[in-house]
Write a protein that binds this ligand. Structure first.
Ligand SMILES: C[S@@+](CC[C@H](N)C(=O)[O-])C[C@H]1O[C@@H](n2cnc3c(N)ncnc32)[C@H](O)[C@@H]1O
Length: 210
């Protein structure tokens, strides 16, 4: 983390619900790869500012971003979270419940591409997407999000800088190449209006044009 990021995070008091998630990740032997604190706060703001009520998250882990997303909901609304691993979805659900948000979330367990194909088949629609699963899948997740989005929907994706690997030309692995392709699409796809924030590990934010 940069000094600026540390400084900004230090302005905020500790958050009991999110600290519980971090402790729970350790307790269950899960990786500490939740969204950064600053972008967690931003997720809450984006949901609230956009007035979104049908949220779709790809990659639940222990529920850190799920809490941030669901906190932005107003007057009802819900979060559907796609997670590969059932034990992770169970941990996330417990953390959401402990945060008083258990009623707001449902999980679909399995490969997100299969869950997304099923959601398209079922005719589901969403007005907010948070993409934060395997990086090789990012382009496919964006394509599915576009199929599932109502006009004006917000699409957010985390880790688009891959801790410096995205801009390191010596790195050419599948995850790096996939994220570079995703970033190029986010910036140029005519159906989207977007920006990319380079703080923390990089966050892409796009709106689906009406
Ligand atoms: C970076 S973590 C998500 C962090 C979470 N969004 C947060 O900030 O609290 C990535 C998650 O994606 C899940 N995942 C990886 N590949 C997946 C796939 N193909 N389908 C669904 N989930 C996947 C992992 O199991 C892991 O829980």
């Amino acid at each position: 983390m940069s000094l600026n990021e540390e400084y900004v995070d230090s302005l905020y008091g500790s958050d009991a619900d999110l600290e519980r998630v971090k402790a729970g990740l350790d307790a269950h032997g899960m990786p500490q790869i939740s969204v950064s604190e600053g972008y967690g706060r931003l997720l809450t703001m984006l949901v609230r500012m956009s007035g979104a009520s049908r949220l779709l998250e790809i990659g639940a882990l222990g529920g850190y971003s799920g809490i941030c997303l669901a906190r932005g909901l107003q007057n009802g609304g819900s979060l559907l979270s796609l997670e590969l691993l059932k034990p992770y979805a169970d941990v996330a659900k417990r953390h959401m419940t402990d945060a008083g948000l258990g009623e707001r979330v449902d999980y679909r367990v399995g490969d997100a591409k299969e869950s997304l194909a099923a959601l398209v088949h079922e005719g589901c629609q969403f007005d907010f997407f948070f993409i934060d699963a395997d990086k090789e899948g990012y382009l496919a997740y964006l394509d599915y999000a576009l199929q599932l989005a109502v006009p004006g929907a917000v699409i957010v994706a985390d880790n688009i800088l891959l801790r410096g690997r995205t801009t390191d030309e010596t790195k050419q692995g599948p995850a790096v190449q996939a994220v570079r392709a995703f970033n190029a699409r986010i910036a140029t796809d005519k159906r989207l209006k977007s920006t990319v924030l380079p703080g923390y590990d990089g966050l892409a934010i796009a709106i689906v044009k009406g």
